[in-house]
Design a protein around this ligand. Structure first.
Ligand code: PMP
Ligand code: GLN
Length: 385
């Protein structure tokens, strides 16, 4: 490479804070190399409802193969609005279909943040948050959830918001929360809402695990008083219907927030995945039993894996939602996870990779339990042995 190109590449890499290969890709490669059960990257090993797959095939065969409208195909837009109304009584002004929740998060942060802004964000956080905040030239200001409860410290929340006053426009929320499995409760959400109102913050709320709640209930922050007018709610078809590879996502909320997001999205990917958008509409139109069946299966998986973790002599932490359960393994977790595939044929992720404050999660390991029951049973057996 020429010196100029090398220097340019170095500057680019530095701006992104040395972001490397995602931990998920790394862990899946490790599982493939070692033949271990992959409880690292969270994705199901079974397809979602066959009705939705048939709808995808019908759309492919039926000529729905050109660009979708920028904001999404009408049937999916209608289905998302019906979903928000049916489950939460929400009536968003506008919505936008995206390539997974991932593109909604990226477009929202790029569209809503200016370089130099701070973004309030729960720590630990999903990896794309750090990357997208960096893409926007902004900085993250974490509010840390600490084990074993992963509860939000409300004094810390208020102090963090006060510290970012004048520099933050966006609070990036995620509930049910990856990687902790926490489902934020009404008191915590009320406090976050009050902070958003007091400091005039936009709330970007990632709710991709909205239907995967095993204890308690999911409350969309947009449903709290004063919040529908300042919240962009994000979700996708991936987790609720076990179609993570379809990458059909969406965001909804006030017209200006959706417009800012759409402005970026149109230059990232414009609009596509057309047949899968039609199929996602079909999935959302299925009776709710599809969602509850998946939830109940995942709850049973969680309990089974939790028993395996206990039998191994480690401490499983509460996991009220998502695909994930954390365990305190009583030793430094990065080395522990490096040895786990050879030691017992399981891949898992050291939770500290999702924290800026590595010490806060020094001994924690995140296990995904979104696999077939027999795979979870085998993993639990291996851990226990
Ligand atoms: N947010 C969180 C918290 C996630 O765990 C995931 C799943 N990978 C995503 C966003 C991305 O969702 P999608 O696959 O729809 O892009
Ligand atoms: N959300 C999944 C996880 O946390 C992985 C998504 C990805 O591979 N980017 O494991």
């Amino acid at each position: 490479m020429t010196e100029v190109a090398q220097a340019g590449a170095n500057r680019g890499a530095a701006r992104l804070g040395g972001l490397g290969t995602t931990i998920f890709t790394e862990m899946t490669l490790l599982a493939q190399r070692t033949g271990a059960i992959n409880l690292g990257q969270g994705f199901p090993d079974e397809d979602g409802p066959s009705e939705a797959i048939e709808a995808a095939v019908a759309a492919l065969r039926g000529g729905d193969n050109q660009y979708a409208p920028l904001s999404g195909v009408p049937s999916l837009r209608d289905a998302i609005l019906a979903h928000q109304h049916h489950y939460y009584g929400l009536e968003p002004e506008d919505l936008l279909v995206t390539f997974g929740a991932t593109e909604a998060i990226a477009s929202a942060l790029l569209g809503l943040c200016d370089p130099g802004d701070e973004v309030l964000v729960l720590e630990p956080y999903y990896d794309s948050y750090a990357a997208c905040i960096a893409f926007a030239g902004a900085r993250r200001r974490p509010m840390t959830l600490r084990p074993p409860e992963f509860a939000l410290n409300l004094d810390e929340l208020r102090a963090t918001a006060a510290g970012a006053r004048g520099r933050a426009k966006v609070l990036l929320l995620n509930t049910p929360h990856n990687p902790t499995g926490r489902v934020l409760d009404a008191r915590e959400l009320q406090a976050i809402a009050q902070v958003c109102i007091d400091h005039d913050l936009i709330c970007v709320s990632d709710e991709v695990y909205e239907h995967l709640v095993y204890d308690g209930e999911h409350i969309p922050i947009a449903s709290l008083p004063g919040m529908s007018e300042r919240t962009l709610t994000i979700s996708s078809i991936g987790k609720s219907f076990s179609f993570t590879g379809w990458k059909v996502g969406w965001c909804s909320g006030p017209a200006e927030l959706v417009a800012a997001t759409r402005k970026v999205k149109q230059y990232l990917t414009f609009a596509g995945g057309t047949p899968l958008q039609h199929a996602a509409a079909a999935a959302l139109a299925l009776p709710p039993v599809h969602l509850t069946r998946l939830r109940d299966q995942l709850r049973a998986n969680r309990d089974l894996l939790s028993k395996g973790i206990s039998a191994a002599g480690w401490q499983p932490l509460p996991a009220a939602g998502t695909y994930f359960i954390n365990a305190d393994v009583g030793e430094e977790a990065v080395a522990f996870c490096a040895a786990l595939p050879d030691g017992c044929g399981v891949v898992a992720i050291p939770t500290s990779v999702f924290y800026d404050d590595k010490q806060a999660a020094r001994n924690l390991v995140r296990f995904a339990f979104c696999k077939r029951p027999e795979v979870i049973a085998e993993a639990a057996k291996r851990l226990a042995a």
